[in-house]
Design a protein around this ligand. Structure first.
Ligand code: SF4
Length: 473
C-alpha cells in the first residue's frame, strides 16, 4: 500500500499503467460474466437478495443481544472469547495468546480483518513467523505487496509477474508460467509449513449465535488446514459477522459464493464448533476467537450508515465498479477498496483522513444493484459526500464531517443556486456566457487531464428552442 503518496498521485499512477488496466478489465469481465450466469432468473435473484438482506438487517438490529449469546455459546463450546476495541488491542491479545503457547511459527488463512489490523507486520516485529497460505495471499506476501481485491488478492498481477515472483523466492523449482504447476509447487512448500506450524490464524465468514459455530468459506483447503492441523487456532472477526441462527447461513452462503466467484458453492465450507474433543483424531487442542470492534459500533449507532455493516465481503460491488476497474485496488490506499471501501473506510478512519475517497464514484448505481445484501451503496456514498462538506450541521457520528468544506466551492454552489432559482438571473447568465463563450478556458486544471473540457454553446437553450420553432415562453 502506498500510504505516503496522495490519492491523486495513486490515481495518476494507476491511470498511466496500461498493464494494470488490462489485468483488471479482463478479470472483472470474467467475474461479472460468471456471476451473471449464476443468476439467470431475476425474480429468484431478487427473492434471494431480499432474504439475505433481511437476515443481515436482523443481525444488526439485535447486534448486542446476539453477540452476548454468541459469546455464551462459544465459551460453552470450549472456545475462549476475547473482545478487542481497537486494532492494537486485537494484535496485543493475539500476541499474548501466541506467547503463552510459545508459538513462533504461524500459518494463516485468508482474512481481510487481519489485513485491517495489520497483524502480519505486528507479529513480524515481535519475531514471529507468519505465513499466508491462500495462494493469492502467499504470492502477495512474497511480492511484499497488499491485496488489491477482497476476494482475489493477487488479481492485479499477470501470469508473468506471478511466475517471476515465485521463481525469485524459490529458485529450486524449474521456472514455469503454468499456473497449475506453480500451484503444485506452492502446495509442496505449504504442506510442510502446515505440519510444522505452532498455530493457525483464520478469519470468519459467519458466526452463528444459536450454536456458537464459526463458518469459513474457502476454495483451497488451506483454511481447513490452518484451523485443524496446528495445536492452536485463533479466529479473528469483526463484530458484525454474527448471525442469529444456523439456518441463516444457508441463503447467505448461497448468494455469497454466486456473487463473489460465480460458483454454485465453494470447494470447502468449514463449520467449526469446538477444539478437538476427547477421542477425536484431529483439530486444534485450544481455540480462541477475537471479536473486533475497530469503529464498527460507532457506525452501528448511525441508523442510516449502519447498513454498511451488512456487507458479507463478496467483492461484487468492486467487480462491477467502473472506477475500481480503471484504478485497481491499490490506488485507494485502504484495506477495503471499491464501493464498499469508499463507504466503510471514511466512516472508520474519519472524513478528515479519507473524505476524498468518496469522490471515487461516478454514481452509476451498479454496486447498489448487484450487492447481494442490498446495501444502498450509492445513497450512502452520496450521504458521506454531503456530510464531508456540511458545515454547521456536521454529524458527530461521522468523524470529520464538514472538514472538506471549501470556501470557494461553497460560494460557487451558492451562486449556482441563486442563478438557477431565478428565471431572470438565469436568462442574463446564459446570455452572458454564450456571448462571451470565446473567452472560456481551454482546460480546467487537473480535472481536464483525462476529460474533454466542456465549452459553452454559442446560443442559450432558449435561443436554440426559439430557432427550432418551439414556443418556450
Ligand atoms: S458491499 Fe455488497 S457487493 Fe460489496 S462486498 Fe459487501 S456484500 Fe459484496
Amino acid at each position: 500500500m502506498h500510504r505516503t503518496e496522495t490519492f491523486t498521485d495513486r490515481i495518476n499512477d494507476a491511470l498511466d499503467n496500461e498493464q494494470l488496466h488490462s489485468n483488471f478489465r479482463s478479470a472483472m469481465n470474467y467475474l461479472m460474466e460468471k456471476r451473471r450466469d449464476k443468476f439467470p432468473d431475476q425474480e429468484k435473484l431478487d427473492n434471494l437478495r431480499n432474504i439475505a438482506s433481511s437476515i443481515r438487517s436482523n443481525s444488526l438490529s439485535n447486534l448486542a443481544e446476539l453477540l452476548i449469546k454468541l459469546e455464551e455459546k462459544l465459551e460453552s463450546n470450549n472456545i475462549k472469547v476475547h473482545w478487542a476495541e481497537t486494532d492494537l488491542e486485537a494484535n496485543n491479545i493475539i500476541y499474548q495468546i501466541l506467547k503463552d503457547a510459545n508459538a513462533k511459527t504461524i500459518v494463516k488463512g485468508k482474512s481481510m480483518v487481519t489485513e485491517e489490523i495489520e497483524l502480519n507486520e505486528f507479529l513480524e516485529d515481535k519475531d514471529i513467523e507468519i505465513l499466508e497460505t491462500d495462494l493469492g495471499e502467499f504470492l502477495i506476501q512474497l511480492a511484499n505487496e497488499k491485496p488489491s481485491h477482497i476476494v482475489m488478492p493477487a488479481i492485479h498481477k499477470s501470469r508473468k509477474e506471478i511466475s517471476k515472483v515465485f521463481a525469485e523466492h524459490y529458485p529450486e523449482f524449474p521456472y514455469t508460467e503454468d499456473v497449475d504447476l506453480i500451484t503444485q509447487q506452492a502446495r509442496k512448500i505449504l504442506r510442510d509449513k502446515f505440519r510444522q506450524a505452532d498455530a493457525g490464524i483464520s478469519g470468519i465468514n459467519f458466526a452463528v449465535a444459536e450454536t456458537g459455530t464459526l463458518c469459513l468459506v474457502e476454495n483451497e483447503g488451506n483454511g481447513r488446514m490452518c484451523t485443524t492441523v496446528p495445536p492452536l487456532h485463533i479466529a479473528v472477526t469483526g463484530i458484525e459477522k454474527v448471525v442469529e441462527k444456523l439456518s441463516d447461513v444457508v441463503p447467505l452462503l448461497d448468494i455469497l459464493t454466486k456473487s463473489a466467484t460465480g460458483q454454485e458453492i465453494t470447494t470447502y465450507f468449514n463449520m467449526i464448533s469446538s477444539p478437538r474433543r476427547e477421542g477425536e483424531k484431529d483439530g486444534p487442542k485450544s481455540m480462541h476467537v477475537i471479536l473486533l470492534d475497530n469503529g464498527r459500533s460507532k457506525i452501528h449507532q448511525n441508523n442510516e450508515m449502519q447498513e454498511t455493516l451488512k456487507c458479507i465481503r463478496c467483492g461484487s460491488c468492486m467487480n462491477h465498479c467502473p472506477v475500481y476497474t480503471q484504478l485497481g485496488g491499490h490506488a485507494y490506499g485502504t484495506v477495503y477498496p471499491g464501493p464498499i471501501g469508499i463507504t466503510l473506510e471514511p466512516q472508520k478512519q474519519g472524513i478528515t483522513q479519507l473524505g476524498e475517497l468518496t469522490s471515487a464514484c461516478t454514481m452509476c448505481g451498479a454496486c447498489g444493484e448487484v450487492c447481494p445484501v442490498q446495501i444502498p451503496l450509492p445513497k450512502l456514498i452520496n450521504k458521506l459526500r454531503s456530510e464531508a462538506v456540511e458545515g454547521n450541521n456536521a454529524n458527530e457520528l461521522i468523524e470529520g464531517a464538514g472538514s472538506m468544506r471549501k470556501l470557494l466551492e461553497s460560494l460557487a454552489w451558492k451562486n449556482w443556486k441563486l442563478i438557477y432559482s431565478n428565471p431572470f438571473v438565469y436568462s442574463m447568465f446564459s446570455k452572458t456566457t454564450t456571448t462571451l463563450n470565446f473567452i472560456s478556458p481551454k482546460t480546467i486544471g487537473k480535472w481536464g487531464k483525462y476529460r474533454t473540457t466542456p465549452k459553452p454553446s454559442k446560443y442559450s437553450l432558449k435561443e436554440l428552442a426559439n430557432q427550432a420553432g418551439f414556443d418556450n415562453e
